[in-house]
Design a protein around this ligand. Structure first.
Ligand code: APR
Length: 246
């Protein structure tokens, strides 16, 4: 049983979430045996090469995920982070690998989606057009819209081989945090799996150590890097986990 996470008056909290935090909302994780990609090979749906080879399959896959996410609701873990942010304000920062919008719908504000957003689309070319909010489902090749430049519109998702978003801001926030809380991510995908190591490297002589916590039902690949691994489901562990000093 964990003693909980104490957030002192001067603490800055950096949160990293992965697919596990949305599992109790009914959205499958990637690498569990019933995972999202068991019916779809990753390379068939989540790479630039897949997009070139079969844009219809790629859009059908993300349309299915849009449909599933629209039917789901934030769970107590998403709400716990929104509540913590409402208590500590801009000393809270959330980086999610998830493309669903459940953190926002729970009330989180100071957050970035490093792997893109499910309800956003963008031009496949570098024409400079901004990403657009988009909840539409595209089930056939003829439904895929085109940009004013003539190129196709693709999901605003960071695929394997593409560079994660907002890395400068994320690194600044890791540099300023004194508490790191990582939830529901298997530690397979970098750079997110390295964040705990980057936080640990900040433990310079004479400075207080960054306290790092992992929360999930099983230890992640990088478990040994954390100050504490709290085993359990996010929706059961997170509510009541934080004690915030006024
Ligand atoms: N609460 C917390 N964690 C959970 C729960 C739960 N209820 N259920 C499962 N988990 C944990 C699993 O134990 C696993 O460690 O969530 C983790 C999910 O791991 P992955 O499926 O590998 O997902 P994630 O780490 O988010 O994947 C990272 O890989 O495929 C890419 O871009 C995609 O963002 C994704 C990235």
């Amino acid at each position: 049983m964990s003693a909980g996470i104490h957030v002192a008056a001067g603490d800055c909290v950096f949160v990293l979430t992965g697919a596990g935090i949305s599992a109790e909302s009914g959205l499958p994780t990637f690498r569990d045996s019933d995972g999202l990609w068991s019916g779809h090979r990753v390379e068939d749906v989540a790479t630039p090469e897949a997009w070139e080879a079969n844009p219809e399959l790629v859009w059908r896959f993300y349309s299915m995920r849009r449909r599933d996410a629209q039917r789901s609701e934030p769970n107590p873990a998403h709400h716990a982070f929104a509540a913590l942010e409402s208590q500590i304000g801009d000393r809270f920062f959330l980086c999610t690998q998830n493309v669903d919008d459940l953190h926002e719908r729970a009330g989180s504000r100071n957050l970035v989606h490093m792997h893109g957003e499910l309800f956003s689309s963008r031009c496949e070319s570098e024409c400079g057009a901004a990403a657009i909010a988009d909840k539409n489902l595209y089930e056939s090749i003829t439904q895929i819209p085109t940009c004013s430049c003539g190129a196709r519109i693709r999901p605003n998702i960071v695929w394997f081989g593409e560079y994660p978003l907002e890395m400068d801001r994320i690194m600044r926030e890791i540099d300023r945090c004194s508490v790191m809380v990582v939830v529901g991510t298997s530690g397979n995908v970098h750079p997110a799996a390295s964040f705990v190591h980057w936080a640990n490297q900040r433990n310079l002589p004479g400075e207080a150590k960054v306290r790092t916590y992992y929360i999930g039902p099983e230890p992640p690949l990088n478990a040994s890097a954390f100050t504490e691994v709290i085993l359990g489901k996010a929706g059961e562990v997170l509510p009541g986990l934080f004690t915030v000093e006024a």
